[in-house]
Structures are given as C-alpha cells and as structure tokens.
Design a protein. Structure first.
Length: 547
C-alpha cells in the first residue's frame, strides 16, 4: 500500500491522525518518517521550569525531588532539540511554530541552559509562522528577537510576548503579522516600564495585515491600544482586553472597529473598569455589526446595584443571525435566576448560538431551575462551559439526563462545580454523555471521550496532563471552539474560577502527577491516550536523546 500512494497522499492521511499515531509513523518506513516528521515537529515547545509560575499562588517554595527531576528532564530535552536543529538544517525547515515556557523554578532548582543556543536555533528556522514566549524566567533577550526577525521576518504571522519584552524591537516592512499578543500569563512583575513605544511600533508596522490583538493588564499596556491611530485597527477582527487599568479611549474602540468579529473583556472592580465596559455596551448597542463571539468575564463578580445580565442581553439581542459564541462570568449578585434572568431569556433569540459559557449560583438547586435552563439553552449547542456554586440540592440524576439528552450535538462539555458529584452531574456525564461528546472537562480533569466499537459505551482517556490542560492548546482547527470557551478561565489569567482550580495541588491532587481526574471509582472506562508526557520537545525516532 505504501508504494501505491504518493507522499502527498500520505500527508493528507496523516493530517487526520491523532498525535500519538503520527509519532508511530516516524518508525514505520522512510516514506512515513519523512511525511510524519513535518507534522510531528512543525510545532515544538521549549520548556524551562515548571508548567506554571510558582508565584501564581503568591509564594515560592522548594520543590520535591520528583518535580526537580522533571524540570531537569524537560530542560535537557529542550536543549537536545535545539542542538539537533542547529546540526540538521532540513529538520529546522519543518518547524512552523515555537513556544517557549520560561516559568518559575522554585527555590532549589538550577538549570544549566544557555539561552543563546535558542537564538542560534531560531536563526536556522526559515519557515517559522508563530512564536510565543510565556513567562520571564528567563526573560526573552534582544538577541532572541533579532534572530527571529532576521530568519523568519517574511513568514512570521503570529507573535505572542510577555509584558517585559525587550525595548527597541523593530519589525521590517516585509513583516506580515496577523496576530499579536502581549500576555501576563506566568510573567513576574519586574517593576520595569513596559516597552509601550515598541509595542505601538509593532502595531503600526503591521496595521494593514493585523487581524488579532490581545493586550493583558496594566494601564501602560492598554495604552498600546489607545495610543495608536484608530486607522491602525480598521482591519482588526479579534480583540481581547485582559484586565485593562484605564477606560480612556474605550468609546473609540466601539466606534472604529467596524470589522470586529470577536471581542473579549476580562474585568474587575478596580477603577470602575467593569461598570465602564457595561456602560459602553449600553451606549453603543449597534457596534460591531459582524460580531460572532463575545466574552465578558469578571474576576469576582459585578457589584450589587448593577445589572450586567440585562446589559449583555440588550447588547446581543440584535445579533441573532451572527452570534455563534457567548461566554460570561458575571457573579452571584448579577444573576437572578429565580426572578428570571434576562440573559437566559435572550438565548432562544440567538438561533446561530453554538458555543456557550455561563455561571450560576443557586443556594438551593431544584428541578425547576434545571428545567429553566433546559427551556432557554439552545438545543443545537456544540460546546458548553458551566461554572456553578451550589449550596444545597434536591433533584434526581434523571433531571440532568433529560437536559443533556436533548442536546445531542454537544462535542465539548466543561463543568466547574465543587458539588458536581453530589448533584449527579458526574454520573450523568460519565455514564450517559451526549452521543457526540469528544471532550469532557470536570473540575480538575479533562478527558478525551471515545466510544467502544462493540458496545457503544463511552470510553474516557486518562486525565490530560496538567500542562496540557493549563495551556489548553488545540491540535486541529475544528477544536478552536472549546479552546475559545476555556480561554481566560484561569488558563491564561487569574480569574476567580482559576484560583479555585489551582487549589488542586493543596488538596492532594498533585499537578505533576498522573492519573485520577474524576472522583473515586470513576475511571472504569479509562484508556491511556499516550499524549500526557509529550510536549513536542523531543525529536526523530528516539523522541528523547540525553546529551
């Protein structure tokens, strides 16, 4: 069969294989190896330190030997990968995306890693399309970006940097960035002024091509956006403002971004930012006529006396033909389900809605509330994220079975609920999941879902590794909906939901350990997906070479 198919055909076949099967193809034959290499190693990750910043929970701590060994192993694997790229030009040519995770090391871990080797390796990658740097330990150097722009300036379309990226970075006229992000994720606060003028120059240099922009935190960073000529954003299609520290210029966004298709606000109560955003929604109800995705997340909940649910409902009410994705976290005082939530009432008026995330806080969960949700949530949803804080409950498992049974199009469900087991959610989702479900998230765990070919029963993969769940990266374009739905729920930024989820390690669920995502005894239909330990940092047949 191999000799009857051209390499181009094998490439089409392998594009639809899961990552574990692609890696298997590396060792089948030379033809399979050549084709698979371009898929397996097109996206590589350089890992320096932990999977998350040790400062994210407010302190640093000594790491146990197991985690120290893991940190060292990941660093050696990354170093060997970079050496291989330097020594093998044809290997460097297949790399399309590089992600650097430069996170905290605790108090008793040292890594002998020459960051200069990364710059030299980047100088060999002539076809790079995406470069992302998370964290500032170590911070990216000017040499890193000089090498990046020199080698891949003509091919690079996505650039994502921490807040403390080097000043003076200049993009040449031939750079064709379509996506630019300044992220807080895993960045320590050095106290240095962010390189605002540099960021502005990047935006202005790519005004014609830029389509996606994400700006995280601090008034200085938001000034990147507000300080530019509005004409620089006339082509922008996706905008994310993550905890902006100023409202100056907010109205200009609603007036000038006429082509915007996706809008995200993560807000808090500081400086009245939250109320300023909802005021803008009320003031500009007809803004963004092409909007298909809207996300509004509050890290602690809108204050009493405000009515964000009504504001959001009014803003989306005229977008029934276009709005596909909606995700809100408004807080307990903002959502009144028993009195009738205006936001819930607006959902049946959105026939195009397929992706939905929302929060609710019933002190007493009864069948009537589930029926209320059932009446208002569209039957055609393909992805659903629910964050619930439940006091007490008086309902049967069958109530949830009816709710999910009528939503057979669901491919992704994520539930964050401390009493999710007690109120029957876990039993329903693990034993009677929607027939098309492919991915299930439940509190601290994410599982891939398949079906037994003989019985049709659901079969769950082992829990995703914590790094994989934390970064929530998609591997196929059709998975982008669930990645969007999880985006900013603590995977990137410190939002209330994430603060609770990050307590897992304090409660005995080792973020670096394997296995056991669900409740006790919940893993009877579990298989190993073979992906947990793979981060894209090993190479060729051995997948890991110790230097």
């Amino acid at each position: 069969m191999e000799r009857q198919l051209a390499p181009e055909v094998w490439a089409l076949v392998m594009q639809h294989l899961p990552p574990s099967d692609r890696r298997t193809c590396l060792s089948i034959s030379s033809t399979h190896h050549t084709v698979a290499k371009r898929l397996v190693f097109s996206d590589i990750t350089i890992t320096l330190g932990l999977w998350k910043d040790v400062d994210i929970e407010g302190d640093t701590y000594p790491l146990n030997k197991t985690i120290q060994d893991e940190v060292g192993r990941d660093a050696r694997r990354s170093l060997n990968l970079l050496r291989h790229i330097l020594a093998t030009p044809e290997f460097a040519d297949v790399v399309r995306k590089v992600t650097v995770r430069a996170q905290g090391l605790g108090t008793n871990v040292e890594i002998a890693f020459d960051i200069g080797i990364l710059a030299r390796a980047l100088n060999k990658m002539r076809n790079l399309r995406a470069f992302t740097w998370y964290g500032t330990n170590p911070a990216p150097s000017r040499g890193i970006f000089d090498a990046l722009i020199e080698a891949s300036g003509k091919t690079l379309v996505h650039l994502s940097l921490p807040m403390d990226f080097p000043k003076g970075l200049r993009l040449t006229s031939h750079t064709q960035l379509t996506s630019f992000a300044v992220l807080q994720r895993n960045s320590s606060n050095s106290g240095a002024e962010p390189p605002i003028e540099t960021a502005k120059s990047i935006i202005m240099a790519t005004a014609v091509t830029l389509r996606r922009l994400c700006v995280s935190s601090s008034s200085q960073n938001v000034a990147v956006l507000y300080g530019c000529d509005p004409q620089a954003f006339v082509h922008l299609q996706e905008l994310s403002l993550i905890f902006p520290r100023t409202i100056s210029g907010l109205d200009a966004l609603f007036l000038h971004l006429t082509r915007l298709q996706s809008l995200t606000f993560c807000v808090d109560a500081d400086l009245g930012i939250d109320e300023a955003v909802t005021e803008a929604l009320r003031t500009h109800p007809d803004a963004f006529p092409a909007l298909h995705s809207f996300k509004l997340l509050h890290n602690s909940g809108f204050p009493r006396g405000t009515n964000p649910a009504q504001d959001v409902a009014d803003f989306i009410s005229g977008r029934g033909a276009t709005l596909r994705r909606l995700d809100v976290v408004l807080g307990a005082s903002a959502l009144a389900f028993y009195g009738g939530c205006p936001l819930m009432w607006s959902l049946p008026k959105l026939p195009a809605l397929e992706v939905l995330g929302f929060d609710f806080y019933p002190a007493y969960l009864v069948r009537g509330l589930v029926e209320f949700l059932d009446i208002n949530l569209p039957r055609g949803l393909t992805a659903l994220h629910v964050y619930a804080r439940v006091g007490q409950a008086d309902m049967a498992m069958e109530d949830w079975m009816d709710f999910f049974g009528t939503r057979g199009a669901l491919r992704f469900v994520n539930v964050v609920c401390e009493l999710g087991v007690e109120i029957g959610l876990w039993d329903v989702l693990s034993q009677h999941p929607p027939r098309l479900l492919e991915l299930l998230g439940f509190n601290f765990s994410v599982h891939t879902v398949e079906r037994d070919v003989d019985t049709g029963d659901p079969v769950f993969s082992e829990r995703w590794s914590w790094p994989k769940a934390f970064y929530a990266a998609v591997e196929h374009e059709e998975e982008e909906d669930w990645e969007w739905l999880l985006r900013h729920h603590g995977h990137n930024d410190k939002i209330d939901i994430a603060e609770w989820m990050l307590k897992a390690s304090d409660e005995g669920l080792d973020p670096h350990g394997a296995g056991g995502g669900g409740p006790e005894g919940a893993s009877s239909n579990v298989v190993d997906d073979g992906e947990d330990d793979y981060e894209g940092g090993s190479y060729e047949d051995s997948m890991e070479v110790e230097g």
